[in-house]
Design a protein around this ligand. Structure first.
Ligand SMILES: [Zn+2]
Ligand SMILES: [Zn+2]
Length: 127
């Protein structure tokens, strides 16, 4: 895939931050280098990058889509209060391949695993 300058900068920002930003947050970050870029362009590029498997899209229910510079499957921890997404510090021993070998009529295309919890900040607010 041809990496346009815009796409390259979007990818760099995404790989640099581990915060799993939303498209709007990516837009805010790339604007420092590409002041004329539109939010629509950012959306479109994020979409292309995730379809190409260069980044991954995290779809959490009821929340905005978030994007991840790491395309390989890994475990996410999601705050059910504020929607913050973090990578799990250590992967438990899960055989992803085995999970896809379940007997079904579906053509299995992937596995999505998420841990749900309450982040330290939200936890503090609730106390
Ligand atoms: Zn939170
Ligand atoms: Zn991640």
């Amino acid at each position: 895939m041809r990496l346009t300058k815009q796409r390259k900068i979007i990818l760099e920002k995404l790989r640099h931050s581990r915060s799993h930003p939303t498209a709007v947050q990516v837009y805010d970050q790339v604007r420092s280098e590409l002041p004329n870029i539109s939010l629509g362009t950012v959306y479109r590029n994020l979409d292309i990058l995730s379809k190409e498997g260069i980044i991954s899209k995290i779809e959490t229910c009821g929340d905005q889509k978030r994007f991840d510079g790491i395309p390989d499957p890994h475990l996410h921890i999601i705050c059910s209060c504020c929607g913050k997404v973090q990578d799990a510090p250590k992967e438990p021993d899960i055989d992803m391949d085995q999970l896809t070998r379940v007997e079904t009529d579906f053509k299995i295309t992937g596995v999505r695993l998420e841990l749900l919890g309450v982040c330290p900040e939200c936890n503090q607010e609730n106390n």
